[in-house]
Each structure stands twice: as structure tokens, then as C-alpha cells.
Ligand binder design. Structure first.
Ligand code: AMP
Length: 113
């Protein structure tokens, strides 16, 4: 999608500090890490956020969680981590391309629920 920063990262137009890539998914370090490990896992195909997940595209979400489980081991997060997807204004979403924050590497202190 034109003007979507994460589409540009997915296509390689904008560089990223990549930790994983396959034909459907890319994962890279967040520019402003909230913890020692903070990786974003995104589908290459543009989906705005969780509100746009449906029967036709939900397979990518299952695949993203397989990648998250793989990365949790690769990044040595066995002691624990958090997966977050912010949605729309009240959820604090700032980039409108579906992404999952994988956060860990230390004790996380802000417990939302
Ligand atoms: P959210 O606020 O949930 O939409 O998350 C967007 C995240 O993308 C924020 O944590 C930003 O720090 C991160 N971010 C924005 N631009 C980039 C970029 N070019 N490379 C890596 N992370 C980015």
C-alpha cells in the first residue's frame, strides 16, 4: 500500500534491522524498544489492524504466531515475554499495518491485564 511505512519495510524499500523473513512475514527490531528485546512481526501483505482480520486472511495470523514461537526460542525468551497488537486510536496504534510487538529479555513491569 502506498505511503505505508511497514509495506516499504516489507518490500525492502526502507531498511530495517531484520531478524526473520519468509515469503509471508518479516520481523525486525523496533526503532524505539520498550524492553531489551522488542521485535515487530508483520505480514508482508497490507492488513490495517486486528479489525481487518477475517476468514480469508486469518491464516497469516496463525503463521505469525508460529514465527513468534520460533523467534521466542531464537531470541532466548524462554523465561517469558509479551505479545501485543495495538488497534486504532484508543489502543494506541501509530502504524496502520498489522503488527505484533514481541517484547521481552527482562522482567516486564507494566501489566495491563
Ligand atoms: P504501534 O504504536 O503499536 O502502531 O507500533 C508501531 C511501532 O513501530 C512503534 O513501536 C515504533 O517504534 C515502531 N516503528 C515505527 N517506524 C519504525 C521503523 N522504521 N523501524 C522499526 N520500528 C518502527
Amino acid at each position: 500500500m502506498k505511503d505505508c511505512i511497514f509495506c516499504k519495510i516489507a518490500s525492502g524499500e526502507i531498511p530495517s534491522n531484520k531478524v526473520y523473513e519468509d515469503d509471508q512475514v518479516i520481523a525486525f527490531h523496533d526503532l524505539s524498544p520498550a524492553a531489551k528485546v522488542h521485535v515487530l512481526v508483520i505480514p508482508k501483505k497490507h492488513i490495517a489492524n486486528v479489525m481487518e482480520i477475517n476468514e480469508e486472511n486469518s491464516g497469516i495470523v496463525a503463521h505469525i504466531f508460529e514465527v513468534i514461537a520460533y523467534l521466542a526460542k531464537e531470541l532466548k525468551l524462554e523465561q517469558g515475554f509479551r505479545v501485543v497488537s495495538n488497534c486504532n486510536e484508543f489502543g494506541g496504534q501509530s502504524v496502520f499495518h498489522l503488527h505484533f510487538h514481541l517484547i521481552g529479555g527482562e522482567q516486564l513491569d507494566v501489566k495491563m491485564c
